[in-house]
Design a protein around this ligand. Structure first.
Ligand code: IVH
Length: 659
């Protein structure tokens, strides 16, 4: 273990403990919330990456101040070990090499289980009765949390065995994802601090002084080990120990697999990683254990981890890096967005060099400065963001960031952003017309508005640096090709503030031509489900500006054509429904899903309100899911969507069965 990391963890624990005490017990805070959160997050991150640094007494393992009555410290009959980690295939194969070497160079059977991200517990049974439950503590001594553990439904209080058993069983206590989300929703309703992750929530819940609080939250358990299993008759393998545990009433992983051969083992790892988001619980890796208990014993353990097991961890979606600069980007509505330029860092499976800082309020709230060491996060397809600053790493001469009030060329940057949007894939989809070319068009005053793109000539293009005849022709071809468009794509491309793809679709469903859309008043626009007063105002204002009318005329002159969309009329047998999508769907892009829902007469909108008929929740459903629950909207899962799209079930049926 790297001593500096362990020192750092110790320092963070001490600092957070005193801050907690000062705040909760002495009522005189010594650091502000932002600094507390940053230090806390750093410790969470450190413990996540180096589980061997995690101790029960860590402030990440409790909520609020120190417990006013300590849990009894009890020595473990057998130390509770941790697991070594591997982070890539090479180190995993090195683990396989070591195992095979200890097994006469033979391929070795491995037990594979998802690595649950909760906290370890040891359950002691005497004469079939649960007599004690201990946390891991420092591995040697644990804390007696028996009363709290007894409130967990899946923990058998009495074993289903004819023969009275004296056994010790180890497992993981955790919250399922939905339960964790609900818990946080409740915390926020009660105005309490949210838990940073489900492991944290589980730890905080298990270490409550009052078991009634533990009982009120649905913790669960999954057991993965039987201590001294080899002493029990007919057990000589880990898989047999698990079977035995199930037979006497324990829950074990329903995703356990037995595999021989490293390639197969790797395939299982990849498969679990692929399914990770769909699993009902959080996992942070996959555990591999030698199945043969005799072999386990001969391979043995080092320090605090067995050599016959390892945890293959997933790439973390948070990392630490440095801010090299903060740039301000001008959006197509003229809004300024600060962007952090980062020292490149590998996170969430990709190298990132930029992260959004959202807006000035966010920068101030997080007190982000140039040269700061920061935690960045990249989850799924979400834009990478700066989560927090590691204040202890800040240089003493650092100065607060000030957002420039005056961005030079703001107008032309805004124009460029608008043109980029207009040409983008979901709008006019002009292949090959990227940011750099658009910048050149604007700076050379070749293009002032959207319509100018359709007036470009070959000689205009060839005057640009590095533009040969062939590229010029290709680009003109792509511009020409884009003239054949659709009304929703054109409306979306105009970049009216608040009019996203879904709104553009709704508008063309109802108005079907630009003229009637241009004439619509605010009240008429507001009748469209997805449109509120602000967006209605924006649309009406956009069409009232004479230059914009002129622009549309020139676009048509330039050759833009689109088929007149069919008016979508809600009929009785197929009422027009609106839904909102959150999360992702394997094998189906958002675009494809939308189109398919549209063909079923369901409109996809983007802003959540109680007027929306239902929410479709895919993998990694975001905050919309939470909000939809609060609004009491019916929620369709991936399987429901599949039934719906495959015509197996009608929308009406589905919704009635969901409600
Ligand atoms: S075996 C001697 N199996 O991961 C082996 N641990 O990083 C010790 N964990 O302390 C643990 N799922 O809290 C094992 N299927 C699994 C597990 C698992 C989660 C946790 C456990 C352990 C930590 C080590």
């Amino acid at each position: 273990m790297d001593d500096s990391l362990s020192d750092r963890a110790q320092w963070l624990r001490t600092r957070l403990d005193s801050a907690n005490r000062a705040y909760h017990e002495l009522d005189s805070p010594i650091i502000d919330d932002t600094e507390f959160d940053a230090l806390f997050n750093e410790l969470v991150l450190l413990e996540e990456r180096h589980p061997e640094l995690l101790v029960d007494s860590s402030p990440t393992q409790r909520i609020g101040g120190a417990p006013n009555k300590k849990f009894l410290s009890v020595k473990h009959s057998t130390p509770m070990l941790s697991l070594s980690n591997v982070f890539n295939t090479d180190s995993f194969f090195a683990f396989c090499d070591r195992i095979e070497k200890s097994n006469k160079n033979r391929q070795t059977e491995l037990v594979i289980e998802p690595k649950l991200d909760g906290l370890a517990i040891s359950l002691i049974y005497e004469n079939n009765k649960l007599v004690r439950a201990l946390t891991r503590g420092d591995g040697v001594n644990g804390e007696d949390v028996t009363e709290n553990v007894k409130t967990i439904k899946e923990v058998p209080l009495v074993l289903t065995s004819e023969i009275p058993l004296n056994i010790e069983v180890r497992g993981e206590i955790y919250f399922e994802k939905v339960d964790f989300e609900n818990l946080n929703t409740r915390q926020s309703q009660l105005g309490k601090k949210l838990f940073v992750n489900s492991r944290n929530a589980a730890a905080g819940t298990l270490r409550q002084i009052d078991p009634k609080i533990t009982a009120s939250r649905p913790l669960t358990i999954c057991c993965y080990a039987l201590v001294n299993a080899n002493l029990i008759k007919n057990i000589s393998r880990q898989s047999e120990a698990l079977e035995f545990l199930r037979s006497v009433g324990f829950k074990t992983s329903d995703d356990m697999q037995l595999v021989t051969g490293r390639q197969r083992a790797l395939a299982v790892f990849n498969d679990i990683e692929k399914r990770r988001k769909k699993l009902p619980y959080d996992i942070d890796g996959v555990v591999f254990k030698v199945n043969d208990l005799g072999l386990q014993e001969s391979i043995g353990s080092i320090a605090r981890a067995p050599r016959w097991a390892t945890a293959f961890k997933f790439a973390p979606d948070e990392e630490i890096t440095k801010i090299l600069a903060i740039d301000v980007q001008v959006g197509r509505t003229g809004v300024l967005t600060p962007v952090a330029r980062l020292e490149p860092v590998f996170v969430g499976g990709a190298t990132i060099t930029n992260a959004t800082l959202h807006n000035m309020d966010e920068i101030m709230r997080k007190d982000v400065r140039v040269q700061d060491t920061v935690v960045v996060r990249r989850a799924g397809d979400v834009i990478p963001e700066v989560v927090s600053v590691i204040l202890s790493e800040r240089k003493s001469n650092s100065i607060p960031y000030e957002m420039p009030t005056n961005v030079p060329n703001r107008e032309s940057l805004k124009k460029i952003a608008q043109l980029i949007h207009f040409c983008s894939r979901k709008a006019m989809n002009i292949d090959g017309l990227g940011d750099k070319l658009i910048e050149q068009f604007v700076s050379r005053k070749l293009v002032r508005d959207f319509a100018d793109i359709y007036m470009l000539t070959e000689s205009d293009l060839m005057a640009l640096p590095r533009m040969g005849e062939k590229s010029a022709r290709n680009l003109l071809g792509a511009i020409n090709f884009s003239k054949n468009t659709t009304l929703p794509k054109l409306i979306f491309g105009l970049g009216i503030n608040g009019v996203g793809e879904a709104t553009a679709q709704s508008l063309s469903d109802v108005f079907t031509d630009l003229e009637s859309l241009g004439k619509a008043n605010i009240a008429e626009l507001e009748e469209i489900p997805d449109i509120g007063p602000v967006v209605a105002g924006n649309i009406s204002k956009w069409f009232s500006i004479p230059e914009n009318k002129h622009l549309l005329d020139r676009l048509v002159e330039g050759g833009l054509v689109w088929p007149t969309p069919a008016k979508v009329i809600a009929s009785d047998d197929q009422p027009s429904l609106t839904c909102i999508i959150t999360g992702s769907f394997p094998g189906l892009s958002r675009e494809q899903l939308k189109e398919r829902l549209n063909t079923r007469g369901i409109r996809v909108v983007t802003s959540l309100s109680k007027n929306v008929d239902f929410l479709v929740a895919g993998d990694k459903a975001g905050s919309k899911l939470k909000k939809a629950r609060e609004l009491g909207l019916p929620i369709l899962q991936e399987i429901d969507v599949k039934l719906l799209l495959d015509d197996e079930i009608s929308t009406g049926e589905l919704l009635s069965y969901r409600q």
